[in-house]
Write a protein of this length. Structure first.
Length: 86
């Protein structure tokens, strides 16, 4: 599957520097932080952890498998799980 096909499998995510990237915006910090907790639980269950940042009501997530040098099926699966948390 090409990187474009992989990205299309997870709506809302874009491709940048061999990774999937998405920014989520929430009502406030508490809502953003609660979302991060849910994502953390999913990531831990999958043993696949995102690079991410939080600034007040925004959470930016970057998914890539560093050992593979880019996006893999694990990244697509985690992005889909994250999308389901919205």
């Amino acid at each position: 599957m090409s990187s474009d096909e992989r990205r299309q499998a997870v709506p809302g995510w874009t491709s940048a520097d061999n990774a999937l990237v998405r920014e989520f915006t929430f009502k406030d910090f508490a809502e953003a932080f609660a979302f991060m907790g849910k994502v953390a639980a999913e990531a831990e269950n999958m043993h696949h952890h995102p690079d991410w940042s939080n600034s007040y009501n925004r959470v930016t997530i970057r998914l890539a498998t560093h050992s593979a040098g880019g996006v893999t099926d694990k990244d697509i699966a985690l992005a889909a799980r994250i999308n389901a948390l919205e």
